[in-house]
Design a protein around this ligand. Sequence first.
Ligand code: C2O
Ligand code: CU
Ligand code: CU
Length: 563
Amino acid sequence: MVTRRNFIITSAAAIAALTLDKKNILAAERSKPLGAGNPLQIPTEISGGQLTVGKTSIQILSGNQTDILSINAVYPPPTIRVKKGDSFSAHILNNLSDDVVIHWHGLHVPSAMDGHPMNAVKTGVTADINYSVINRAGTYFYHSHTDMMTAEQVYRGLAGMFIIDDDEDKALPLPRGEFEVPLMISDKLFDSNNQLVYSPTMDDMLRGWLGDTIMVNGTPDPFLDVAPTLYRFRIVNASNSRIYKIALSDNSEFTVISGDGGLLEAPVKTTSCFLANAERLDILIDFSKYQQGSSITLRSISFSTSDAPPPAPIPAQGAALDILRFDVTKTGDSKASIPAILSSIVKYLPADSKTTRTFGLTSSSVAHAINGKTFVMDRIDTHVPFNTLETWKFFNASEHIHPMHVHATQFQVLDRGGSAPTAPNDLGWKDTVMVNPFETVNVLVKFDAYDGVYLVHCHNLEHEDHGMMSNFMVDNGGSVKDTQTADTQLSVYPNPASDKTTITLLDTDRKKELFLFDTSGKVVLKEIIPDGLQTFQLNVSSLATGSYRVALGDRSAILTVIK
Ligand code: C2O
Ligand code: CU
Ligand code: CU
């Protein structure tokens, strides 16, 4: 597939289309002539099987090919599409030189199959994944969840759609086939050789990595030829940190029918809706009111944040951006309609909630924390009883937006800043909820599928990789084995660090040698731990940006140094 930026079709047909319906087209609706840009790619659909993770070069922009991380050597990665009740099986072969692990975002999956970073797959190794699909129909996705490399691996390509169908969805008169289109949105930054740039500075870690090129299904500057009829778009925000406020360029209404965990109870008409990182929205757009030859653009409209803007020309978080242009050039009828009722969702009652747990969110340029702690792979922060309704209170004590995600379940938003949720992206079953600066969002949550260790984290991927993630264990009576192995993990905070970092000591650490290894295994620092200290200040100011292993006795940790 060859796509070209700014490729302009100058065929007679396109020119005719331009002149014919001129009077019907609002000038503001069309920023470019029909055909300019790249036709939207639609990923191939698979139902599982072999998933080989590797590196591939792909023609994305004109000129040099771009090195990306691919699944089965294609990009965009295939869409996995299964039916509720199926048993899903996949063989994930890691052909990268780094570890990799794939997470099935939004799905109820046994802990060992969930893609926890502790289950990372080594180079050359295949992981066999097997679980039953128990979630309802909906738009989900799969992506890398590798320890401290989630952001970079997702950015470089490791994210694809995961669609579940079921009888309830199938019975509705919704658009199907060519009228049902997946849209996975991400933003990238390319260098002058067309290679993806990923080099977060301290400021980028605070706000997250932003790009200047919006890609939909891996297509830059995309357009889609549509017929004047009703369409269903399954939208996933797979961007590292960019949040979209979805709207149409002529401010027309569209209809939200589904969220993170499938169909809402009833359609919601709106002219704009937030879509934070990892959130999903299925929307219906009715193109029947547009004349042949007109164009309309799905865009993100501006919203304000307190994030410092990234270096020019990268648009700030909240800047207005075009996402996908629709050219009404086809004929056809989806024979679909907007049902008045979509589904029924049994509401959790706050009175049934047994416990309230607070997740306090703080951010600094070196670390993002939950309740003051950054992620440690095998430290369990919370034990949650199986099949018990709880209130989880996300309190954002920072000036950055944190889209908070919970594995292993779908929850319901109880209130946002004390008020019942009204925004379409807060309705229905949710697995990710946007928590605005200094806001408190309460969700009602229950884990009734599997026990074991799962994650709660911010889905701004730079925040996630730099600490804003925590393990909880769903306890099912006494049957759960404790997988805590806290004594093999060294606590290092802050991590990443640029100047100094603190290592928590045990009594037995006295006079031991502390080593710092670089990625090639070379010792770059050696310190003797003096007597009588509870903590040891490690000075890393002389070290280059990179990742290091800190080892003390039989405990170790990976430390990231950032300049
Ligand atoms: Cu989509 Cu734990 O992530
Ligand atoms: Cu997830
Ligand atoms: Cu965050």
